[in-house]
Design a protein around this ligand. Structure first.
Ligand SMILES: NC(=O)c1ccc[n+]([C@@H]2O[C@H](COP(=O)([O-])OP(=O)(O)OC[C@H]3O[C@@H](n4cnc5c(N)ncnc54)[C@H](OP(=O)(O)O)[C@@H]3O)[C@@H](O)[C@H]2O)c1
Length: 326
């Protein structure tokens, strides 16, 4: 043993089922494997996970697409966000936290959230208020940070500005729409036909059917485009921006095109864990200002089905795995 301070030996109540990737491929590589329960060291906390969400990055990573990882980095656990209860504390994590506290977190890429037990740094945790259930708490972190940081840190969105949000019924988009409206922006939003009424209900100026309408006909003179699609959708959106407007994309931004048109184009970025920002979002959710759409919750044992549903079935908002069956 080194100079690290480890919590008292912890006796887990259940095996530590983990979405453990040992090869890249289609969804047949998604499976549960029993892994040792990690021990919290120093300022770390062991969380008994109640729920974890499935994000597009999970199936992209499993396919070996993104983020780029080599075979030499296998095996590793998947999942970026979780909710649950504190199960054990590292010896330096006692200040503000107690065993049994309900928490949520957005964790780094080098760990996996889709497991019965996950070790998290104490500073990464945000308390889950009584009024927010575990599925909602697990649905929030990655998508909320992507929406928040894209709009406000990268997009510099301000009250009174006009913003077009693509993919407005998706995991990221439905939160981006609500954050932008909360900020006082006028929001134009694209979504599939089946989601238009839902997106209208969020309070947008215009919900645009991305298959049957041209967004160019309904959203002009924009300060910001928040793109979640890339490709042709992003390319066509540049012309909707005012000169000096901003293009933010969650995928690959075309910086050359932005430069040619006098559009500020944010270079490729990735949402980062930020407990202070997540705490602000949690306050908005607890106050009922922002609603988190959980399309469906799957029992953890049905993880492959949950991945397939997320990728192929056009969910509205988020898809969640439940470890505890509650
Ligand atoms: N950079 C980062 O840090 C970061 C973080 C999170 C996510 N992302 C990426 O951002 C993207 C969105 O993530 P997400 O979690 O919101 O995905 P999601 O939940 O799958 O949502 C995507 C939404 O886009 C809609 N859509 C499909 N084609 C469209 C089009 N041509 N025009 C407008 N909307 C369209 C879909 O509607 P239908 O139901 O009709 O298909 C769906 O509602 C993903 O590619 C993800 O990998 C990046």
């Amino acid at each position: 043993m080194t100079d690290q301070h480890i919590a008292d030996q912890h006796q887990p109540l259940v095996p530590n089922r983990t979405v453990w990737l040992d090869r890249f491929g289609d969804l047949d590589v998604i499976a549960l494997s029993e892994q040792p329960v990690p021990q919290p060291v120093d300022d770390e906390v062991l969380v008994r996970v109640a729920a974890a969400s499935v994000n597009p990055v999970d199936w992209k990573t499993a396919a070996g697409e993104y983020p780029p990882k080599g075979e030499d980095q296998l095996p590793f656990a998947l999942g970026r966000d979780l909710s649950g209860r504190i199960d054990a504390l590292g010896t330096r994590a006692h200040n503000m936290l107690s065993v049994g506290d309900r928490v949520m977190a957005f964790i780094d890429q080098d760990r996996g959230a889709q497991a019965d037990y996950v070790v998290v740094k104490a500073v990464e945790l945000v308390a889950t208020p009584d009024g927010i259930d575990d599925a909602t708490a697990a649905a929030l972190p990655l998508a909320a940070m992507t929406a928040w940081q894209g709009l406000f840190d990268h997009g510099r969105l301000e009250a009174g500005q006009r913003v077009l949000i693509h993919g407005a019924a998706g995991g990221v988009g439905h939160l981006a729409v609500q954050f932008a409206i909360w900020k006082g922006a006028t929001v134009f939003a694209t979504a599939g036909e089946h989601d238009l009424d839902y997106v209208r209900s969020l309070g947008v100026e215009r919900a645009i059917d991305y298959k049957n309408e041209r967004f160019e006909d309904h959203a002009t003179d924009l300060d910001l485009v928040y793109d979640t699609q890339g490709g042709e959708t992003q390319a066509r959106s540049f012309a909707m921006l005012k000169k000096g407007g901003t293009m933010v994309s969650t995928l690959d931004p075309d910086e050359d095109k932005g430069r040619a048109l006098g559009i500020r184009t944010v270079p490729r970025w990735h949402a980062q864990p930020n407990a202070a920002q997540l705490g602000e979002v949690v306050d908005l959710v607890a106050a009922g200002t922002v609603n988190v759409a959980v399309d469906r919750t799957f029992p953890f044992d049905h993880v492959r089905e949950a991945y397939a549903y997320t990728r192929d079935e056009h969910p509205r908002g988020k898809v969640v795995l439940s470890m505890t069956g509650e």
